[in-house]
Write a protein that binds this ligand. Structure first.
Ligand code: F6P
Length: 560
Protein backbone atom coordinates (compact mmCIF):
# COMPACT_ATOMS: atom_id res chain seq x y z
CA UNK A 1 0.00 0.00 0.00
CA UNK A 2 1.31 3.45 -0.84
CA UNK A 3 2.24 5.55 2.16
CA UNK A 4 -0.39 8.20 1.47
CA UNK A 5 -3.18 5.60 1.47
CA UNK A 6 -2.47 4.58 5.06
CA UNK A 7 -4.68 5.61 7.96
CA UNK A 8 -1.59 6.94 9.77
CA UNK A 9 -0.76 9.25 6.87
CA UNK A 10 -4.37 10.45 6.78
CA UNK A 11 -4.18 11.14 10.52
CA UNK A 12 -1.10 13.26 9.94
CA UNK A 13 -2.85 15.16 7.18
CA UNK A 14 -5.70 16.02 9.55
CA UNK A 15 -3.24 16.92 12.30
CA UNK A 16 -1.29 19.14 9.92
CA UNK A 17 -4.44 21.13 9.14
CA UNK A 18 -4.74 21.84 12.86
CA UNK A 19 -1.14 22.70 13.70
CA UNK A 20 0.38 24.11 10.51
CA UNK A 21 0.13 27.67 11.81
CA UNK A 22 1.32 26.92 15.32
CA UNK A 23 4.30 29.05 16.13
CA UNK A 24 7.35 27.58 17.75
CA UNK A 25 7.73 30.60 20.01
CA UNK A 26 4.28 29.81 21.40
CA UNK A 27 5.27 26.20 21.97
CA UNK A 28 8.23 27.45 24.02
CA UNK A 29 6.03 29.92 25.88
CA UNK A 30 3.61 27.14 26.77
CA UNK A 31 6.41 24.79 27.73
CA UNK A 32 9.57 26.64 28.82
CA UNK A 33 11.24 23.28 29.46
CA UNK A 34 10.65 22.19 25.88
CA UNK A 35 14.41 21.77 25.33
CA UNK A 36 14.61 19.24 28.15
CA UNK A 37 11.94 17.07 26.55
CA UNK A 38 12.97 17.52 22.92
CA UNK A 39 16.69 16.94 23.07
CA UNK A 40 18.45 13.62 23.30
CA UNK A 41 21.87 12.06 23.16
CA UNK A 42 23.03 9.50 20.64
CA UNK A 43 26.61 8.28 21.01
CA UNK A 44 28.76 11.41 21.34
CA UNK A 45 26.07 13.65 19.81
CA UNK A 46 23.46 15.86 21.40
CA UNK A 47 20.46 16.59 19.19
CA UNK A 48 17.96 19.32 19.91
CA UNK A 49 14.63 18.86 18.14
CA UNK A 50 12.82 21.54 20.12
CA UNK A 51 12.90 24.15 17.33
CA UNK A 52 10.45 22.25 15.15
CA UNK A 53 6.86 22.89 14.20
CA UNK A 54 5.83 19.80 16.08
CA UNK A 55 3.89 18.99 19.21
CA UNK A 56 3.88 15.81 21.28
CA UNK A 57 0.93 14.74 19.17
CA UNK A 58 2.90 15.36 15.96
CA UNK A 59 5.68 13.15 17.23
CA UNK A 60 3.22 10.46 18.28
CA UNK A 61 1.55 10.45 14.86
CA UNK A 62 4.86 10.48 12.97
CA UNK A 63 6.04 7.49 14.97
CA UNK A 64 2.72 5.74 14.35
CA UNK A 65 3.38 6.19 10.64
CA UNK A 66 6.94 4.90 11.00
CA UNK A 67 5.65 1.85 12.86
CA UNK A 68 2.88 1.22 10.35
CA UNK A 69 5.39 1.38 7.50
CA UNK A 70 7.45 -1.32 9.20
CA UNK A 71 10.49 0.78 10.10
CA UNK A 72 11.43 -1.40 13.08
CA UNK A 73 11.17 -4.59 11.04
CA UNK A 74 13.19 -3.17 8.14
CA UNK A 75 15.94 -2.04 10.50
CA UNK A 76 16.12 -5.57 11.88
CA UNK A 77 16.04 -6.98 8.35
CA UNK A 78 19.01 -4.84 7.36
CA UNK A 79 21.02 -5.97 10.39
CA UNK A 80 19.97 -9.58 9.71
CA UNK A 81 21.53 -9.45 6.25
CA UNK A 82 18.27 -9.83 4.34
CA UNK A 83 18.44 -8.83 0.70
CA UNK A 84 16.65 -5.54 1.25
CA UNK A 85 18.23 -4.05 -1.88
CA UNK A 86 15.71 -5.98 -3.96
CA UNK A 87 16.36 -4.51 -7.41
CA UNK A 88 20.01 -5.58 -7.19
CA UNK A 89 19.19 -8.66 -5.07
CA UNK A 90 21.74 -7.70 -2.42
CA UNK A 91 22.01 -7.45 1.33
CA UNK A 92 22.89 -4.02 2.77
CA UNK A 93 25.55 -4.52 5.39
CA UNK A 94 27.73 -1.45 5.71
CA UNK A 95 26.95 -1.77 9.44
CA UNK A 96 29.14 -4.90 9.45
CA UNK A 97 32.13 -2.78 8.47
CA UNK A 98 32.10 -0.94 11.79
CA UNK A 99 31.38 -3.87 14.07
CA UNK A 100 33.90 -4.38 16.84
CA UNK A 101 32.29 -7.39 18.48
CA UNK A 102 33.72 -10.85 18.06
CA UNK A 103 31.66 -13.56 16.50
CA UNK A 104 29.75 -13.99 13.28
CA UNK A 105 27.54 -11.32 11.72
CA UNK A 106 24.86 -11.09 10.46
CA UNK A 107 24.42 -14.81 11.15
CA UNK A 108 26.31 -18.07 11.50
CA UNK A 109 25.28 -19.17 8.02
CA UNK A 110 26.02 -15.80 6.41
CA UNK A 111 29.04 -14.48 8.25
CA UNK A 112 30.88 -11.60 6.62
CA UNK A 113 33.10 -10.73 9.56
CA UNK A 114 36.10 -12.90 8.69
CA UNK A 115 36.41 -11.12 5.36
CA UNK A 116 35.82 -7.73 6.98
CA UNK A 117 38.50 -8.26 9.63
CA UNK A 118 40.99 -9.67 7.12
CA UNK A 119 40.69 -6.65 4.81
CA UNK A 120 40.71 -4.21 7.75
CA UNK A 121 44.00 -5.76 8.88
CA UNK A 122 45.53 -5.67 5.39
CA UNK A 123 44.58 -2.04 4.83
CA UNK A 124 45.97 -1.10 8.24
CA UNK A 125 49.27 -2.91 7.63
CA UNK A 126 49.66 -1.35 4.18
CA UNK A 127 48.80 2.16 5.37
CA UNK A 128 51.04 2.00 8.42
CA UNK A 129 53.97 0.82 6.27
CA UNK A 130 53.44 3.73 3.88
CA UNK A 131 53.10 6.15 6.80
CA UNK A 132 56.24 4.81 8.45
CA UNK A 133 58.14 5.14 5.17
CA UNK A 134 59.01 1.45 5.05
CA UNK A 135 56.87 0.79 1.98
CA UNK A 136 58.37 2.95 -0.73
CA UNK A 137 58.12 3.82 -4.40
CA UNK A 138 60.01 2.31 -7.32
CA UNK A 139 63.16 4.39 -6.76
CA UNK A 140 63.30 3.73 -3.03
CA UNK A 141 61.90 7.13 -2.05
CA UNK A 142 59.32 7.28 0.73
CA UNK A 143 55.87 8.52 -0.26
CA UNK A 144 54.91 12.05 0.62
CA UNK A 145 51.63 12.28 -1.31
CA UNK A 146 48.64 9.98 -1.74
CA UNK A 147 46.20 10.62 -4.58
CA UNK A 148 42.82 8.95 -4.25
CA UNK A 149 41.33 8.46 -7.70
CA UNK A 150 37.62 7.70 -7.50
CA UNK A 151 34.26 9.37 -7.97
CA UNK A 152 30.89 9.50 -6.18
CA UNK A 153 31.00 7.28 -3.12
CA UNK A 154 34.59 6.34 -3.93
CA UNK A 155 35.60 9.97 -3.56
CA UNK A 156 33.15 12.06 -1.54
CA UNK A 157 33.23 9.99 1.65
CA UNK A 158 37.01 9.64 2.03
CA UNK A 159 37.50 13.25 0.93
CA UNK A 160 34.98 14.50 3.48
CA UNK A 161 36.46 12.45 6.33
CA UNK A 162 40.09 13.23 5.54
CA UNK A 163 39.24 16.94 5.60
CA UNK A 164 37.16 16.58 8.77
CA UNK A 165 40.01 14.79 10.53
CA UNK A 166 42.74 17.15 9.34
CA UNK A 167 43.95 17.71 12.94
CA UNK A 168 44.69 13.97 13.15
CA UNK A 169 46.51 13.72 9.80
CA UNK A 170 50.17 12.89 9.39
CA UNK A 171 52.09 16.01 8.39
CA UNK A 172 54.41 13.84 6.28
CA UNK A 173 51.77 12.37 4.01
CA UNK A 174 49.55 14.75 2.09
CA UNK A 175 46.17 13.59 0.74
CA UNK A 176 44.70 14.56 -2.61
CA UNK A 177 41.45 13.60 -4.28
CA UNK A 178 40.89 13.45 -8.01
CA UNK A 179 37.44 12.59 -9.31
CA UNK A 180 36.42 14.53 -12.39
CA UNK A 181 37.14 13.30 -15.91
CA UNK A 182 37.80 16.99 -16.64
CA UNK A 183 41.55 16.76 -17.27
CA UNK A 184 42.17 19.89 -15.25
CA UNK A 185 41.32 17.98 -12.07
CA UNK A 186 44.14 15.44 -12.32
CA UNK A 187 46.54 17.87 -14.01
CA UNK A 188 46.00 20.41 -11.28
CA UNK A 189 46.89 17.88 -8.58
CA UNK A 190 49.84 16.34 -10.45
CA UNK A 191 51.34 19.76 -11.10
CA UNK A 192 52.36 19.98 -7.47
CA UNK A 193 53.63 16.42 -7.01
CA UNK A 194 56.91 14.52 -7.27
CA UNK A 195 56.30 11.27 -9.17
CA UNK A 196 58.75 9.10 -7.24
CA UNK A 197 57.06 10.12 -3.97
CA UNK A 198 53.45 9.76 -5.16
CA UNK A 199 51.15 6.85 -4.38
CA UNK A 200 47.85 6.45 -6.25
CA UNK A 201 44.93 4.71 -4.63
CA UNK A 202 42.37 3.78 -7.27
CA UNK A 203 39.03 3.43 -5.50
CA UNK A 204 36.19 2.01 -7.52
CA UNK A 205 33.63 -0.56 -6.50
CA UNK A 206 33.14 -1.69 -10.09
CA UNK A 207 36.56 -0.72 -11.49
CA UNK A 208 34.78 0.16 -14.71
CA UNK A 209 33.73 3.74 -13.97
CA UNK A 210 34.74 5.82 -16.97
CA UNK A 211 36.08 8.83 -15.09
CA UNK A 212 38.11 6.78 -12.62
CA UNK A 213 39.64 4.50 -15.22
CA UNK A 214 40.57 7.46 -17.45
CA UNK A 215 42.26 9.22 -14.54
CA UNK A 216 44.02 6.04 -13.38
CA UNK A 217 45.39 5.46 -16.87
CA UNK A 218 46.52 9.07 -17.12
CA UNK A 219 48.24 8.74 -13.72
CA UNK A 220 50.08 5.67 -14.96
CA UNK A 221 51.22 7.51 -18.10
CA UNK A 222 52.44 10.37 -15.91
CA UNK A 223 54.49 7.99 -13.80
CA UNK A 224 55.86 6.21 -16.86
CA UNK A 225 56.99 9.46 -18.42
CA UNK A 226 58.69 10.71 -15.24
CA UNK A 227 60.15 7.65 -13.50
CA UNK A 228 63.34 5.97 -14.74
CA UNK A 229 62.82 3.57 -17.65
CA UNK A 230 61.80 0.12 -16.44
CA UNK A 231 60.73 1.39 -12.98
CA UNK A 232 58.06 -0.70 -11.29
CA UNK A 233 54.98 1.47 -11.74
CA UNK A 234 52.99 -1.02 -9.67
CA UNK A 235 54.89 0.17 -6.60
CA UNK A 236 52.95 3.46 -6.95
CA UNK A 237 49.46 1.96 -7.09
CA UNK A 238 46.97 0.32 -4.78
CA UNK A 239 43.29 -0.36 -5.37
CA UNK A 240 40.05 -0.64 -3.42
CA UNK A 241 37.47 -2.57 -5.39
CA UNK A 242 35.10 -5.52 -5.58
CA UNK A 243 36.39 -6.42 -9.05
CA UNK A 244 39.69 -8.28 -8.73
CA UNK A 245 39.81 -9.31 -12.39
CA UNK A 246 39.62 -5.69 -13.57
CA UNK A 247 42.19 -4.56 -10.99
CA UNK A 248 44.62 -7.21 -12.19
CA UNK A 249 43.88 -6.40 -15.84
CA UNK A 250 44.80 -2.78 -15.08
CA UNK A 251 48.13 -4.03 -13.80
CA UNK A 252 47.76 -3.69 -10.05
CA UNK A 253 49.17 -6.58 -8.04
CA UNK A 254 46.40 -8.40 -6.10
CA UNK A 255 48.63 -8.04 -3.02
CA UNK A 256 47.95 -4.30 -3.26
CA UNK A 257 44.25 -4.70 -3.85
CA UNK A 258 41.87 -4.31 -0.92
CA UNK A 259 38.54 -5.91 -1.58
CA UNK A 260 35.01 -5.25 -0.52
CA UNK A 261 31.71 -6.80 -1.41
CA UNK A 262 28.47 -6.27 -3.28
CA UNK A 263 26.63 -5.68 0.01
CA UNK A 264 28.52 -2.39 0.47
CA UNK A 265 26.78 0.36 -1.50
CA UNK A 266 29.13 2.87 -3.15
CA UNK A 267 27.81 5.77 -1.08
CA UNK A 268 28.14 3.67 2.09
CA UNK A 269 31.68 2.50 1.33
CA UNK A 270 33.95 4.83 3.30
CA UNK A 271 33.97 2.22 6.08
CA UNK A 272 35.37 -0.39 3.70
CA UNK A 273 38.66 -0.55 1.79
CA UNK A 274 37.49 2.66 0.05
CA UNK A 275 38.46 4.26 3.36
CA UNK A 276 42.12 3.31 2.73
CA UNK A 277 42.90 6.94 1.93
CA UNK A 278 41.50 7.83 5.38
CA UNK A 279 43.71 5.20 7.04
CA UNK A 280 46.71 6.53 5.11
CA UNK A 281 45.95 10.06 6.28
CA UNK A 282 45.07 9.54 9.94
CA UNK A 283 46.34 6.05 10.76
CA UNK A 284 44.64 2.78 11.62
CA UNK A 285 43.91 3.71 15.22
CA UNK A 286 41.98 6.83 14.29
CA UNK A 287 40.13 4.87 11.61
CA UNK A 288 39.07 2.39 14.31
CA UNK A 289 37.82 5.35 16.36
CA UNK A 290 35.81 6.52 13.33
CA UNK A 291 34.24 3.05 13.07
CA UNK A 292 33.43 3.00 16.77
CA UNK A 293 31.52 6.30 16.52
CA UNK A 294 29.40 4.85 13.74
CA UNK A 295 28.90 1.63 15.69
CA UNK A 296 27.55 3.64 18.64
CA UNK A 297 24.85 5.06 16.37
CA UNK A 298 24.12 1.60 14.94
CA UNK A 299 23.45 0.41 18.49
CA UNK A 300 21.35 3.50 19.19
CA UNK A 301 19.27 2.84 16.07
CA UNK A 302 18.66 -0.74 17.17
CA UNK A 303 18.06 -0.08 20.86
CA UNK A 304 16.42 3.32 21.31
CA UNK A 305 12.62 3.48 21.26
CA UNK A 306 11.34 5.27 18.17
CA UNK A 307 10.39 8.43 20.05
CA UNK A 308 13.97 8.72 21.41
CA UNK A 309 15.71 7.46 18.28
CA UNK A 310 17.76 10.24 16.65
CA UNK A 311 17.92 8.99 13.06
CA UNK A 312 14.26 7.99 13.16
CA UNK A 313 13.18 11.40 14.50
CA UNK A 314 15.32 13.18 11.87
CA UNK A 315 13.78 11.01 9.17
CA UNK A 316 10.20 11.54 10.32
CA UNK A 317 10.60 15.30 10.73
CA UNK A 318 11.87 15.26 7.15
CA UNK A 319 8.74 13.41 6.08
CA UNK A 320 6.65 15.93 8.04
CA UNK A 321 8.12 18.91 6.18
CA UNK A 322 8.50 17.33 2.72
CA UNK A 323 5.11 15.65 2.57
CA UNK A 324 2.86 17.84 4.70
CA UNK A 325 4.35 21.35 4.53
CA UNK A 326 5.54 20.92 0.93
CA UNK A 327 9.18 21.74 1.67
CA UNK A 328 11.31 20.74 -1.28
CA UNK A 329 14.79 21.03 0.12
CA UNK A 330 16.83 20.36 3.23
CA UNK A 331 19.93 22.30 4.26
CA UNK A 332 22.93 20.85 6.13
CA UNK A 333 24.90 23.60 7.83
CA UNK A 334 28.00 22.64 9.81
CA UNK A 335 29.51 25.46 11.84
CA UNK A 336 32.76 23.60 11.52
CA UNK A 337 35.20 24.48 8.78
CA UNK A 338 36.66 21.01 8.45
CA UNK A 339 33.16 19.66 7.73
CA UNK A 340 33.15 21.71 4.55
CA UNK A 341 32.50 18.61 2.40
CA UNK A 342 29.80 17.16 4.66
CA UNK A 343 26.80 18.60 2.81
CA UNK A 344 28.20 17.51 -0.57
CA UNK A 345 28.78 14.02 0.80
CA UNK A 346 25.20 13.70 1.98
CA UNK A 347 23.92 15.30 -1.17
CA UNK A 348 24.96 12.05 -2.82
CA UNK A 349 24.05 10.00 0.24
CA UNK A 350 20.49 11.30 0.30
CA UNK A 351 19.69 12.22 -3.29
CA UNK A 352 21.15 9.05 -4.86
CA UNK A 353 19.41 6.95 -2.20
CA UNK A 354 15.99 8.56 -2.05
CA UNK A 355 15.68 10.30 -5.42
CA UNK A 356 13.18 7.67 -6.53
CA UNK A 357 9.68 7.88 -7.95
CA UNK A 358 8.61 4.25 -7.89
CA UNK A 359 8.21 1.98 -4.90
CA UNK A 360 10.13 -1.25 -4.44
CA UNK A 361 7.05 -2.94 -5.92
CA UNK A 362 7.36 -0.84 -9.08
CA UNK A 363 4.30 1.31 -8.49
CA UNK A 364 4.45 5.13 -8.56
CA UNK A 365 5.17 6.80 -5.23
CA UNK A 366 2.40 9.33 -5.00
CA UNK A 367 4.12 11.64 -2.52
CA UNK A 368 7.37 13.56 -2.73
CA UNK A 369 10.41 11.49 -1.81
CA UNK A 370 14.02 12.62 -1.25
CA UNK A 371 14.58 16.29 -0.58
CA UNK A 372 17.01 18.41 -2.57
CA UNK A 373 19.91 18.35 -0.10
CA UNK A 374 22.33 21.22 -0.05
CA UNK A 375 24.31 23.35 2.36
CA UNK A 376 27.59 24.89 3.31
CA UNK A 377 29.62 25.88 6.34
CA UNK A 378 28.76 28.62 8.79
CA UNK A 379 29.46 31.39 9.21
CA UNK A 380 30.37 31.73 5.52
CA UNK A 381 26.93 30.55 4.43
CA UNK A 382 25.28 33.35 6.44
CA UNK A 383 26.88 35.82 4.07
CA UNK A 384 25.94 33.80 1.00
CA UNK A 385 22.52 32.12 1.01
CA UNK A 386 20.97 32.60 4.47
CA UNK A 387 18.91 35.51 3.18
CA UNK A 388 16.65 32.97 1.45
CA UNK A 389 16.42 30.85 4.60
CA UNK A 390 15.25 33.85 6.61
CA UNK A 391 13.05 35.76 4.21
CA UNK A 392 12.56 33.64 1.09
CA UNK A 393 9.18 32.21 0.15
CA UNK A 394 10.24 28.61 0.75
CA UNK A 395 10.35 26.62 3.93
CA UNK A 396 13.85 25.14 4.25
CA UNK A 397 14.29 22.83 7.24
CA UNK A 398 17.94 22.92 8.27
CA UNK A 399 20.42 21.03 10.43
CA UNK A 400 22.99 23.09 12.32
CA UNK A 401 26.10 21.20 13.46
CA UNK A 402 28.77 22.49 15.82
CA UNK A 403 31.46 21.50 18.28
CA UNK A 404 31.77 22.81 21.83
CA UNK A 405 35.55 22.98 21.46
CA UNK A 406 37.89 23.79 18.62
CA UNK A 407 40.98 21.85 17.60
CA UNK A 408 42.63 25.17 16.81
CA UNK A 409 41.49 27.80 19.31
CA UNK A 410 42.28 31.40 18.44
CA UNK A 411 41.26 33.95 21.05
CA UNK A 412 37.47 33.82 21.41
CA UNK A 413 36.81 32.94 17.81
CA UNK A 414 35.22 29.61 18.63
CA UNK A 415 32.76 31.33 20.97
CA UNK A 416 32.01 33.81 18.17
CA UNK A 417 31.37 30.90 15.82
CA UNK A 418 29.04 29.21 18.29
CA UNK A 419 27.22 32.45 19.06
CA UNK A 420 26.41 32.72 15.37
CA UNK A 421 25.19 29.11 15.30
CA UNK A 422 22.81 29.89 18.17
CA UNK A 423 21.78 33.25 16.78
CA UNK A 424 20.78 31.83 13.42
CA UNK A 425 18.52 29.09 14.73
CA UNK A 426 17.01 31.61 17.13
CA UNK A 427 16.43 34.14 14.35
CA UNK A 428 14.92 31.50 12.09
CA UNK A 429 12.52 30.52 14.86
CA UNK A 430 11.63 33.92 16.30
CA UNK A 431 11.74 36.12 13.25
CA UNK A 432 11.00 39.81 13.77
CA UNK A 433 7.49 41.20 13.67
CA UNK A 434 6.47 44.40 11.93
CA UNK A 435 5.63 45.86 15.35
CA UNK A 436 9.16 45.18 16.54
CA UNK A 437 10.59 46.79 13.42
CA UNK A 438 8.37 49.86 13.87
CA UNK A 439 9.34 50.15 17.51
CA UNK A 440 13.03 50.09 16.61
CA UNK A 441 12.64 52.32 13.53
CA UNK A 442 9.72 54.71 14.14
CA UNK A 443 10.42 56.69 10.98
CA UNK A 444 10.62 53.71 8.65
CA UNK A 445 8.24 53.67 5.70
CA UNK A 446 5.76 50.81 5.46
CA UNK A 447 7.84 49.36 2.58
CA UNK A 448 10.95 49.40 4.74
CA UNK A 449 9.07 47.87 7.65
CA UNK A 450 7.92 45.05 5.35
CA UNK A 451 11.45 44.54 4.03
CA UNK A 452 12.84 44.32 7.57
CA UNK A 453 10.19 41.96 8.90
CA UNK A 454 11.07 38.28 9.35
CA UNK A 455 8.19 35.84 9.40
CA UNK A 456 10.17 33.34 11.53
CA UNK A 457 8.80 29.95 12.52
CA UNK A 458 11.44 28.25 10.35
CA UNK A 459 12.51 24.93 11.79
CA UNK A 460 15.96 23.61 12.54
CA UNK A 461 17.69 20.74 14.30
CA UNK A 462 20.75 21.62 16.35
CA UNK A 463 23.44 18.96 16.60
CA UNK A 464 26.18 19.55 19.14
CA UNK A 465 29.28 17.51 19.98
CA UNK A 466 32.25 18.09 22.29
CA UNK A 467 35.00 18.17 19.63
CA UNK A 468 35.21 16.92 16.05
CA UNK A 469 36.96 13.66 16.91
CA UNK A 470 37.04 10.53 14.74
CA UNK A 471 34.23 9.08 16.89
CA UNK A 472 32.09 12.15 16.29
CA UNK A 473 32.63 12.09 12.52
CA UNK A 474 31.73 8.38 12.46
CA UNK A 475 28.61 9.05 14.51
CA UNK A 476 27.50 11.94 12.30
CA UNK A 477 27.85 9.89 9.13
CA UNK A 478 25.97 6.90 10.55
CA UNK A 479 23.23 9.23 11.85
CA UNK A 480 22.51 10.56 8.36
CA UNK A 481 22.89 7.14 6.72
CA UNK A 482 20.18 5.74 8.96
CA UNK A 483 17.96 8.78 8.56
CA UNK A 484 18.03 8.23 4.81
CA UNK A 485 17.24 4.54 5.20
CA UNK A 486 14.28 5.18 7.49
CA UNK A 487 12.81 7.72 5.08
CA UNK A 488 13.15 5.23 2.25
CA UNK A 489 11.25 2.64 4.28
CA UNK A 490 8.44 5.11 4.99
CA UNK A 491 8.13 5.99 1.30
CA UNK A 492 8.38 2.32 0.31
CA UNK A 493 11.34 2.90 -2.02
CA UNK A 494 14.67 1.10 -2.36
CA UNK A 495 17.28 3.49 -0.96
CA UNK A 496 20.16 1.29 -2.06
CA UNK A 497 20.03 1.22 -5.85
CA UNK A 498 20.78 4.06 -8.28
CA UNK A 499 19.45 3.12 -11.70
CA UNK A 500 18.84 6.78 -12.45
CA UNK A 501 22.52 7.41 -13.13
CA UNK A 502 22.79 4.70 -15.80
CA UNK A 503 21.12 6.32 -18.80
CA UNK A 504 23.48 9.29 -18.91
CA UNK A 505 26.48 6.95 -18.56
CA UNK A 506 25.32 4.84 -21.51
CA UNK A 507 24.69 7.85 -23.71
CA UNK A 508 28.08 9.38 -22.85
CA UNK A 509 29.81 6.13 -23.83
CA UNK A 510 28.19 6.23 -27.25
CA UNK A 511 29.05 9.92 -27.77
CA UNK A 512 32.76 9.72 -26.80
CA UNK A 513 33.74 7.90 -30.06
CA UNK A 514 31.99 10.60 -32.09
CA UNK A 515 34.06 13.31 -30.40
CA UNK A 516 37.36 11.48 -30.69
CA UNK A 517 36.93 9.78 -34.05
CA UNK A 518 34.23 11.70 -35.93
CA UNK A 519 31.10 10.36 -37.58
CA UNK A 520 27.51 11.49 -37.55
CA UNK A 521 25.94 9.47 -34.77
CA UNK A 522 22.88 7.54 -35.83
CA UNK A 523 19.57 8.56 -34.34
CA UNK A 524 20.85 11.59 -32.42
CA UNK A 525 18.45 14.45 -31.85
CA UNK A 526 19.03 17.76 -33.62
CA UNK A 527 20.23 19.58 -30.54
CA UNK A 528 22.89 16.98 -29.72
CA UNK A 529 24.02 16.88 -33.38
CA UNK A 530 24.22 20.67 -33.50
CA UNK A 531 26.24 20.86 -30.28
CA UNK A 532 28.64 18.16 -31.46
CA UNK A 533 29.25 20.11 -34.66
CA UNK A 534 29.79 23.34 -32.70
CA UNK A 535 32.15 21.58 -30.26
CA UNK A 536 34.23 20.19 -33.11
CA UNK A 537 34.39 23.55 -34.84
CA UNK A 538 35.48 25.39 -31.69
CA UNK A 539 37.94 22.70 -30.66
CA UNK A 540 39.56 22.42 -34.07
CA UNK A 541 39.86 26.10 -34.89
CA UNK A 542 40.51 27.93 -31.60
CA UNK A 543 43.85 28.84 -30.06
CA UNK A 544 43.83 25.60 -28.06
CA UNK A 545 43.38 23.45 -31.20
CA UNK A 546 46.98 22.20 -31.13
CA UNK A 547 46.52 20.53 -27.73
CA UNK A 548 42.96 19.31 -28.26
CA UNK A 549 42.19 15.65 -27.91
CA UNK A 550 44.22 12.89 -26.35
CA UNK A 551 47.93 13.53 -25.87
CA UNK A 552 49.34 10.53 -27.71
CA UNK A 553 52.86 11.09 -26.40
CA UNK A 554 51.64 10.08 -22.97
CA UNK A 555 53.64 12.92 -21.52
CA UNK A 556 51.17 14.26 -18.96
CA UNK A 557 51.73 17.70 -17.57
CA UNK A 558 52.98 18.37 -14.10
CA UNK A 559 55.42 16.56 -11.89
CA UNK A 560 59.13 16.72 -11.55
O1 F6P B 1 27.22 6.63 -10.96
C1 F6P B 1 26.91 6.49 -9.63
C2 F6P B 1 27.86 5.58 -8.94
O2 F6P B 1 27.58 4.27 -9.27
C3 F6P B 1 27.80 5.80 -7.45
O3 F6P B 1 26.78 5.10 -6.85
C4 F6P B 1 29.16 5.38 -7.04
O4 F6P B 1 29.47 5.87 -5.77
C5 F6P B 1 29.99 5.97 -8.14
O5 F6P B 1 29.20 5.83 -9.30
C6 F6P B 1 31.34 5.35 -8.34
O6 F6P B 1 31.26 4.01 -8.67
P1 F6P B 1 32.52 3.07 -8.55
O7 F6P B 1 32.95 3.04 -7.13
O8 F6P B 1 32.06 1.73 -9.05
O9 F6P B 1 33.61 3.64 -9.43
Amino acid sequence: MSVSASAEYEALRAHHALVRDVRMVDLFAAEPERFARWHLRAGPLLLDFSKHRATEETLRLLMALARARGVEGRIRAMFAGERINASEDRAVLHVALRRSEDGPFPSGSFDVMNDVRRVRGRVAAFAEAVRAGTLRGATGAAFTDVVNIGIGGSDLGPKMVVRALAPYASPRLRSHFVSNVDPSDLSGVLAGLVPERTLFLVASKTFTTQETMANAEAARRWLRSHLPAGADLGAHFAAASTNEAAVVAFGIDPARMFGFWDWVGGRYSLWSAVGASIVLAVGAENFTRLLSGAEAIDRHLLDAPLTRNAPVIMAMLGVWYQNFFGAQTHAILPYDQTLEHFAAYFQQGDMESNGKSVTSAGTPVNVDTGAVVWGGVGTNAQHAFFQLLHQGTRLVPADFLAAARSHAPLGHQHEMLFANYLAQTQALMRGRSAAEVRAAHPDASEALVAARTFEGNRPSTSILYPLLTPEVVGALVALYEHKIFVQGVVWGINSFDQWGVELGKELASSIVPLLIGGGEGVGLDGSTRGLIAAFRAMRDSGPGAAVAGEDESGDERGGG
